[in-house]
Design a protein around this ligand. Structure first.
Ligand code: URA
Length: 236
């Protein structure tokens, strides 16, 4: 098995994150440093990362969290901001749990966390086009013409966004509430899509990933995924 896949199965990160760990020279096989991504791990090899033994995890953890705003979705932060892992308490402090994809600092809602690097890789891989559903709030009314521009795709970083679905959920107190369903996961995608039509997203919450729904989970709370939810994610 390739070294990055092996490390992902050990729960270090998704496969691409594990490539970075290898390239950074943190990995040894049988005491010898490896930085070549083509390296394979054979049975009985002793693999270490930063000197600690890497062993495949057989019983993975799968969680759903309702991320509040003001938390970052990395496992540590050099600026000392709060991370989503702090919301899990001590229960998993000895496990290498990491967030599946990102939600930006100001965004709240459904975030998956797992020890399963392979699953993380599958969900976040652009090829899978798994849908993400957001509720977004924008000041004042938003016209159908404006929404049609976003639905058809707008240019972000020189690349057009895929077609997406946007429906108006309501208009109260001079705020438009929208449901936005995208099938990509580009950095700050929803906020930046609205920036292209000179509109600011003043509230953003993810409420669904594929068929998984946030449901009634309160802000800051988490729960383990049900077996059928894990099964669904393994087959997307
Ligand atoms: N789009 C954004 O703008 N932010 C997120 O966190 C997710 C999608």
């Amino acid at each position: 098995m390739r070294i990055n896949k092996y490390l992902a199965e050990c729960g270090f990160a998704g496969r691409r994150g594990c490539e970075q760990i290898v390239l950074a020279g943190r990995v040894k096989i049988n005491g010898k440093q490896v930085t070549n991504l083509a390296t394979t791990v054979e049975e009985n090899d002793l693999v270490t990362v930063d000197g600690k033994r890497a062993q495949p995890i057989h019983k993975h953890i799968y969680l759903m969290l309702n991320k509040p705003k003001g938390y970052i979705t990395t496992t540590s932060d050099e600026k000392g901001r709060k991370t989503v892992l702090e919301l899990l308490g001590n229960k998993f402090s000895d496990k290498r749990i990491f967030p599946v994809g990102r939600l930006d600092y100001e965004t709240e809602g459904l975030l998956l966390l797992t020890t399963d690097g392979d699953l993380c890789n599958r969900i976040t891989h652009p090829r899978n086009e798994i849908t993400k559903t957001y509720v977004a709030k924008i000041e004042n009314e938003v016209s159908e013409d404006e929404l049609n521009k976003l639905r058809a795709g707008v240019i972000l970083d020189g690349v057009k966004t895929k077609r997406c679905r946007i429906s108006v959920l309501g208009f109260d107190d001079k705020i438009t509430r929208l449901e936005v369903v995208i099938s990509e996961g580009r950095n700050r995608q929803v906020r930046r899509m609205f920036e292209t039509i000179n509109r600011e997203v003043i509230f953003l919450k993810r409420v669904g990933i594929g068929e998984l729904k946030l449901g009634g989970l309160s802000r800051g709370e988490w729960r383990e995924l049900k077996p059928k939810e894990v099964e669904y994610l393994k087959n997307v």
